[in-house]
Design a protein around this ligand. Structure first.
Ligand code: GSH
Length: 339
């Protein structure tokens, strides 16, 4: 049996028992007084602790928005840094209440691993980074290359599929932790570093000399990155799902962290209903108070604000909105209606 099959079967067993761990996540979180959120262990722009241990980033904002919605306090979160290989068992075993961590939604994870995925926060794809000095400008020139890759990721499988499909060979150098992958590539142990394009942009920032490395043009996969919860708790799944939609819907309506109080008096009933204005059913429907959407948005801003603050063109990551633009701007971000 291949190693990945063994890992998948073990995780599937955990998933079956995990579903019974808690169908009452909301109650547990309330009693505990804080949310347990699983994140990446230090990826610039996505989830990074500062010297005082305060976490920030695009993925962290989702945890904060959920904590604001359910606990009335965006700071009521404990962050658990998890590697690619640790993340699913942490969720299945109940160690964390949700995972917000550059995690791709796939069939295997959504079914056999016992997870439910909230809406996609970041549409990404797998890319390749090489040294400029290699004088390579396409993946097609990488036949026989040594490739640094993170274990337990979609990256590993995409890499194998792509090279096989194109009749090329490669030597994989795998590590459990992404910082080991980065260190090995930075130390010249591999010709190539492959990961989600956003992850490569983040990792390049902390290389010894970022200017030495270039991203190849090919994107070889779809990596829809989404928060996840475990199977078996529909209400909790609804809360995380609709908190993400609230952030996107807020951008669609032009509701920002700054203008949200003026928006409460909007003439548009769709806006006042969503923000919990008089007679709004949004709290009753989801099992929270009526201000849960208001608190999520006022705590972290709308989707576009979060994007610009952590990963957008004016940040060190310099990522364009691209597929992550609103559907009205030609992108894929589209919130379901709050009615
Ligand atoms: N999206 C892919 C790849 C995830 C991934 O490798 N993310 C990197 C981004 S650089 C990460 O979080 N690394 C942190 C770590 O594993 O320590 C998946 O879900 O398998």
């Amino acid at each position: 049996m291949k190693l990945c099959t063994i890992l998948t079967s073990a995780a599937a067993l955990m998933a079956l028992s995990g579903a019974a761990v808690s169908a009452q996540t909301l109650e547990e979180v309330r009693e505990r007084g804080y949310l347990n959120c699983g994140v990446s262990p230090g990826v610039a722009g996505f989830s990074n602790p500062d010297d005082a241990g305060n976490w920030s980033g695009f993925d962290v904002e989702v945890c904060r928005a959920v904590a604001a919605a359910v606990l009335e306090d965006p700071d009521a979160v404990r962050y658990t840094p998890l590697s690619n290989t640790e993340r699913f068992t942490a969720l299945q075993s109940g160690e964390i209440d949700m995972l917000s961590r550059t995690t791709t939604r796939t069939l295997n994870r959504d079914t056999a691993l016992g997870l439910n995925f909230a809406p996609v926060m970041f549409y990404d794809g797998q890319g390749f980074m090489v040294r400029d000095s290699m004088d390579v400008d396409s993946v097609s020139q990488l036949n026989g290359a040594t490739v640094c890759v993170s274990a337990g990721s979609t990256t590993e499988l995409n890499l194998a599929d792509y090279f096989e499909a194109n009749g090329m060979t490669y030597n994989p150098v795998r590590f459990d932790r992404a910082d080991e992958v980065l260190a090995a590539y930075d130390a010249n142990r591999c010709d190539v570093y492959t990961s989600d394009r956003s992850g490569l942009a983040a990792r390049r920032l902390v290389m010894s000399d970022p200017s030495e490395h270039v991203m190849l043009p090919e994107t070889i996969s779809k990596e829809p990155l989404a928060p996840a919860v475990r199977h078996g708790d529909d209400q909790w799944f609804d809360i995380v799902t609709w908190t993400v939609y609230a952030l996107i819907e807020a951008e669609e309506f032009g509701i920002t962290q700054d203008n949200i109080d003026e928006m409460l008096a909007s003439e548009n009933p769709n806006i006042t209903r969503m923000l919990g204005g008089e007679g709004s059913p949004v709290g009753e429907w989801i099992g929270l108070d009526n201000q849960w959407v208001y608190r999520a948005i006022s705590s972290v801003g709308n989707y576009g604000e979060i994007f610009e603050r952590h990963v957008g063109p004016d940040t060190p990551l310099q990522i364009e909105r691209g597929m992550n633009a609103l559907h009205t701007d030609g992108g894929l971000q589209y919130a379901m209606p709050f009615k």
